[in-house]
Design a protein around this ligand. Structure first.
Ligand code: KTE
Length: 506
């Protein structure tokens, strides 16, 4: 008897330990990951390809740095593939870049035996004594690559020239590359007819400068409810972001094939959390599937130090991007990015409640043993209170024994959502414990929150994705966040129009 109990406890401990990775967010098999790279959709085989900055040897950034590779059929669970592209020398790196599908064989790399939907060309920064833009092409649909014998295709003799994101611009019938002169605060826009010969069309600089520009991207995005589009320029900055470390900003405007012209002078942040960086959009997505993107869910300030075991960091969920006019205050609606998570999962358990005016001692509870769940909360603030009143609607997300929790909530006097992710598990001076998001009500005094919690990451989508906030969090001994309690600190202040909790499985 004793022996079997011992076996079971070892089994459970092993399960508990092994169960700590996020379930519906991509994580590297081992070692270290940062930026997503080379995202594309293989229309022939209906496969999504994710490449990423990868150090398979240690759980922190270092060279030799590779393009790791994974594939998915549902943008939710990913199958690890072999290293896709590697450097020539151990002190070099295949830095960030993108992939295009060269349907019309403008490069001449492909013969008729290669399906036009699988004519895969990677454009990436080769990081050696200088940073140059190089090509590699795949004759097997993106699993193995051959470096172009004519590399580099773009060389400005700089150590800070990187992160090419290439798209096909139909209107001007050319490839368009955005790439940064990182420490000149310049996004450079180049054009090419064959991906091999590039002409500088224009430069674009705007927004927060921080230490340097990184990971640019120019993409056309539809405006909700219209058949119009606008062009959006994404730009990563690191270190020195407003919240500290790394963050993504974007600008909305027009693009004529040569110059990006912003429609206004506003700088917009993609995500208000600390852990959303180096966003990249997928190439060759069917228009009906929208504009899909994924980001790195970490922050350079502490990414190398987070307390996960044997692997470091995850990507964000895939997000579908649209544009819409969003109220940013009672007088103004600004054209803004709207982001909705894209994932497929089963619901193993759920609860749904509606029309409850919370009293001080009420608590709506839910337990998701797997530590993977989503919640949808739609609530109305009943009274316009002022200090010294401090109304809090709180969602405590705790370990099974409630020994440790993170706190998500809303204070209508400050009119902001807050996350307090402070735990004993991770004490790093850059790891900001409290993060907030100012959100306008989508109706008078009404707010919506869609949250996805996946073991050590919480993605929050406010008012159907008009504002988002992505943060990692770390519970001691990597235990699961599985107990939820929704509470109010006062009577008759928060009316829960509806709330649902769903435990997710794949
Ligand atoms: C890399 O810290 C340096 O040592 C950069 O700030 C990180 O740069 C390299 O990662 C990025 C890209 O600009 C590079 O291509 C890539 C952004 O892994 O995270």
């Amino acid at each position: 008897m004793r022996f079997s109990v011992l076996l079971i406890s070892i089994f459970c401990a092993a399960l508990a330990f092994a169960a700590e990775r996020p379930l519906i967010h991509f994580t590297p098999e081992k070692g270290w990951m940062n930026d997503p790279n080379g995202l594309f959709y293989d229309r022939k085989d209906d496969i999504w390809h994710l490449y990423f900055q990868y150090n398979p040897n240690q759980p922190y950034w270092n060279q030799p740095l590779y393009w790791g590779h994974a594939i998915s059929k549902d943008l939710t669970t990913w199958t690890h593939e072999k290293l896709a592209i590697g450097p020539e020398h151990a002190d070099e790196g295949i830095f960030s870049g993108s992939i295009v599908v060269d349907h019309n064989n403008t490069t001449g790399f492909f013969n008729e035996s290669i399906n036009p939907d699988q004519r895969v060309v990677a454009i990436y920064t080769n990081n050696a004594d200088i940073q140059t833009q190089d090509l590699a092409y795949s004759l097997d649909g993106g699993y193995t690559f051959t470096k172009y014998s004519g590399n580099p295709v773009l060389n400005v003799n700089s150590t800070q020239f990187r992160d090419p994101k290439v798209i096909w611009h139909q209107e001007s019938n050319q490839w368009i590359m955005t790439v940064v002169q990182a420490q000149q605060y310049q996004i450079q826009i180049y054009g090419s007819t064959d991906l091999k010969h590039w002409n500088l069309h224009s430069n674009f600089s705007a927004g927060f400068t921080a230490f340097q520009y990184e990971c640019p991207g120019l993409i056309e995005i539809p405006i909700v409810g219209t058949n119009e589009t606008k062009w959006v320029m994404f730009l990563a900055i690191n270190p020195g972001s407003p919240l500290g470390g790394s963050s993504d900003q974007y600008f909305i405007g027009d693009f004529d094939g040569f110059q990006f012209k912003p429609m206004d002078s506003y700088t917009r942040l993609v995500d208000l959390g600390k852990d959303f960086y180096a966003l990249q959009t997928f190439s060759d997505v069917e228009r009906t599937d929208g504009v899909l993107a994924i980001a790195w869910a970490s922050n350079w300030q502490y990414a190398n130090d987070v307390p996960t075991t044997g692997w470091r960091s995850s990507t964000s969920l895939v997000r579908n991007l649209t544009l819409d006019y969003i109220s940013t205050n009672p007088e103004k609606k600004l054209l803004s990015l709207v982001q909705t998570p894209v994932f497929e999962s089963n619901v193993s358990r759920s609860i749904e409640k509606s029309n409850i005016t919370l009293q001080k001692n009420d608590s709506i509870d839910f337990n998701a043993g797997s530590g993977v769940f989503e919640f949808e909360l739609n609530f109305k603030v009943l009274k316009k209170l002022t200090y010294p009143e401090v109304p809090n609607l709180d969602l405590y997300i705790s370990t099974k024994d409630c020994a440790e929790s993170i706190r998500f909530g809303f204070n209508p006097v400050i009119q902001a959502f807050y996350l307090d992710r402070t735990t004993d598990a991770f004490k790093n001076p850059f790891y900001t414990g409290q993060i907030s998001a100012n959100v306008e009500p989508y109706l008078d005094n009404e707010y919506k929150v869609h949250g996805v919690v996946d073991r050590n990451i919480i993605e929050l989508f406010f008012n159907d994705g008009a504002v988002t906030m992505t943060n990692t969090f770390f519970l001691s001994e990597e235990s699961n966040p599985c107990a939820m309690n929704l509470t109010s600190n006062m009577n008759d202040e928060f009316h829960i129009k509806s709330v649902s909790f769903k435990e997710l499985s794949v």
